[in-house]
Write a protein that binds this ligand. Structure first.
Ligand code: DAH
Length: 345
């Protein structure tokens, strides 16, 4: 019966599949060409009773449309598959894998570590979450020193009975001095890089966290001259052999005498520019002779030993080396910024 045959063909056509354009063409010939299956039905159509012609005619038409749609669909599939296969060149060299870059602060931190390790300093690291005892008390901070204030320091836990037990985010890496001297006797030669936190509004020039490197040298007969020579060597290694330094008297609770060190501005070569506020000098660190009170508080005999210490800001040094004008760039993780340091290491 012709209707059964049409149903059979409908089922067949809707289940057709092909691997490539050639197979699709074969199917087209089989069903849709002049000598194809569908045209063959037309021959039978002539012999059908007049009252059935309409139904059967519509059915044949449905079959024809289904077949056309299916063949077109298969042709499209085959064409895209062919196009993809054309692109597949197994002999092509692979796309280069984009390596990550070191963060500029890490590059500079490593530079600092390398310079000091060549001078005999070893690496030590202390905690970022610490207590008042190590961040302030042992470092000779007076009980009412402003750095202990909430406005500067982030507190994690307050102890109402004993301030030295307050838990806080360290506001400088000098806490590494207390930890190291508590657990080691001289000779001590360490540098301690790390992150520090201060309650500052974030802007181009200030951030609530930044990085420092602390240095500590304690032995018999250590003098200010030793400190000055080490810092001069550091400045020249870091910024070039023509770099000049100057030490200005200053105050830190944990050093006596204390100084701040400037280097000749390496952006303008000391002539004066916006970066050095037209002075030709840029401050890069604080330093001094370790106060005997600090040595004693940490269990080191100050009548036998003396020492020097220094602390520098890694962001400041990075700005000088790479001219980064906005501190926020360091923590925004903008890949375009980070990629600029691709060749640095
Ligand atoms: N801790 C000081 C600061 O954060 C920097 C400093 C100054 C560290 C003098 C020292 C030092 O070790 O001797 O501003």
């Amino acid at each position: 019966m012709i209707l059964d045959r049409i149903d059979e063909l409908l089922k067949e056509v809707s289940e057709l599949s092909a691997q490539n354009a050639e197979e699709v063409e074969k199917l087209r010939l089989k069903y849709l060409s002049k000598k194809g299956e569908i045209n063959a039905l037309m021959a039978d159509f002539r012999n059908i009773a007049a009252d059935q012609k309409k139904t059967v005619g519509m059915k044949i038409n449905e079959l024809k449309q289904t077949a056309i749609a299916k063949i077109n669909e298969l042709r499209e599939q085959a064409e895209t598959a062919d196009a993809e296969n054309d692109d597949l060149d197994l002999t092509r060299t692979p796309y280069p894998i984009r390596l990550g870059t070191r963060h500029p602060l890490t590059i500079v931190k490593n530079d600092i570590i390398n310079i000091f390790s060549r001078m005999g300093f070893t690496l030590a690291e202390g905690p970022e979450v610490d207590d008042d005892l190590h961040v302030f008390t042992k470092l000779n901070f007076a009980a009412d020193h402003p750095a202990r204030d909430m406005q500067d320091t982030f507190f994690v836990e307050m102890n109402p009975n004993d301030v030295t037990k307050n838990i806080l985010l360290r506001s400088h890496t000098s806490n590494d001095q207390s930890h190291y001297m508590e657990t080691h006797q001289p000779p001590i030669r360490v540098i301690c890089p790390g992150r520090v936190y201060r309650n500052e509004a974030i802007s181009a020039r200030a951030h609530c966290f930044f990085h420092q490197v602390e240095g500590l040298y304690v032995d018999k007969g250590v003098s200010f001259t030793d400190l000055k020579q080490v810092l001069l060597t550091f400045a020249r290694e870091m910024f070039g052999p023509d770099t000049k330094i100057r030490l200005r008297p200053s105050y830190f609770p944990f050093t006596e005498p204390s100084a701040e060190m400037d280097i000749s501005c390496n952006i303008c070569g000391g002539k004066g520019c916006g970066f050095c506020k037209h002075t030709g000098w840029v401050e890069i660190l604080g330093c001094g002779m370790v106060d005997p009170n600090v040595l004693e508080a940490c269990g080191i005999d100050s009548s036998v030993y003396s020492g020097y210490a220094f602390g520098m800001g890694v962001e400041r040094i990075t700005n000088l080396k790479y001219r980064v004008s906005d501190l926020r760039m360091f923590s925004e993780n903008d890949c375009r910024f980070l990629r600029e340091f691709e060749s640095a290491y």
